[in-house]
Design a protein around this ligand. Structure first.
Ligand code: MRU
Length: 348
């Protein structure tokens, strides 16, 4: 089973949202089509679509569907229907800031419309543009990051911050793609990323499809790989970066960062500016807790005793002292992040 080069993780076509059902990968490439924003909310909640930038754009597309679903004929009535839909979409996942960012962006554009028809047009146009921009941003980010990688480097990555976590191209994997495009040879080590296995199901699949030299390791082999000199650098994505440079990303990222520090491997985070939250403090970021069944079994097979108490956080926080640089579409910033991050928003 192969994935066509031009494939998008999520798109808006013929007034429908079309997305890859990522719960079926890597064995089946299945597309789902939605014409109801509630179905998009369900898709985000159940990880049919996941990854911070991908859920940001999916939220925006959800509002585009809500605009089409609404029978409102006057401006304020439509804005009120959109606000109801925004709440439903926002409540699906709490940690990635891109979801709220995408929804807010659409709502503020909607409010500039004078009539219901104009709002519908504006919302659909803006959501589609956000999707196109996502690819451009990832390519710019990838180029900036590629200068940090050397010929013949082996890069470890965790979770999936690839095409499948964005509209296309990826963030952390975008840097790896851009490095290859610049003529350098690069190998990848992908962690399996239990419990949902975004590393084995998605990253290994995506990189293998695109012809990269990728090796899969269990999460428990991160220390072994670094201690045995198998890793030159680490690049991961992010769900939320706060102004102090604390990075929230897939559970296990913190362990990888600690290990990278111990073994002297630079640890980079690649993310668009839409992932940076200048308002919230690290201590106030909500870490999503997911259901126990993700941990008590693998697929349909049960691997833990009945009624076991489970702690299943979906994300963790990596502190700035473990981060060698944050790669964005506006360039790479380094510590002290409280000084360097605000400058990203001033750059043209
Ligand atoms: O639970 P997920 O699969 O949505 O978590 C995804 C991650 O943690 C990614 O690393 C992050 O969203 C960056 S995606 C470019």
């Amino acid at each position: 089973m192969t994935m066509p080069d031009s494939l998008r993780t999520v798109e808006f076509k013929d007034n429908k949202v079309i997305m890859i059902d990522q719960t079926k990968l890597p064995t089946k490439l299945v597309f789902v089509e939605y014409d109801d924003f509630n179905e998009v909310a369900h898709a985000i909640r159940t990880l049919i679509v996941r990854g911070a930038p991908a859920i940001g754009v999916s939220g925006a597309f959800g509002l585009a569907l809500a605009a089409l679903q609404s029978n409102a004929t006057v401006r304020d009535e439509l804005l009120s229907d959109l606000e109801d839909a925004r709440k439903v979409l926002f409540e699906t996942r709490p940690t990635a800031v891109n979801l709220g960012w995408g929804l807010e962006k659409i709502m503020s554009v909607a409010k500039t419309g004078d009539s219901a028809d104009q709002i519908r047009e504006l919302v659909i146009f803006t959501a589609k543009k956000m999707a196109d921009d996502d690819i451009k941003i990832n390519k710019a980010l990838g180029k900036h990051g590629s200068v940090l990688l050397d010929d013949n480097d082996t890069i470890m990555t965790h979770c999936n911050a690839g095409a499948l976590a964005t509209v296309a191209y990826g963030t952390a994997l975008g840097v790896i793609r851009a490095t290859k495009e610049s003529g350098k040879n690069v190998k990848v080590i992908a962690t399996e990323t239990r419990p949902v296995q975004q590393g084995s199901r998605l990253t290994a699949f995506e990189l293998k499809h695109d012809g990269f030299d990728v090796s899969l390791i269990p999460d428990t082999a991160v220390g072994y790989s670094m201690a045995n000199g198998l890793v030159d650098k680490v690049i991961v994505g992010a769900d939320r970066i706060v102004r102090t440079g604390h990075v929230f990303n897939k559970i296990g990222t913190y362990q990888v960062a600690i290990m990278a520090k111990r073994h002297g491997a630079p640890f980079y985070v690649a993310a668009p500016l839409s992932t940076i939250d200048m308002q919230t403090l690290a201590k106030d970021v909500i870490i999503e807790m997911r259901k126990a069944s993700e941990v008590t079994g693998v697929g349909d097979m049960r691997t833990a005793p009945d009624d076991i108490t489970v702690i299943n956080p979906a994300f963790d926080m990596t502190p700035p002292e473990l981060i060698s640089g944050i790669i964005t579409e506006k360039g790479v910033v380094m510590a002290p992040y409280e000084e360097s991050i605000p400058k990203l928003f001033q750059a043209n």
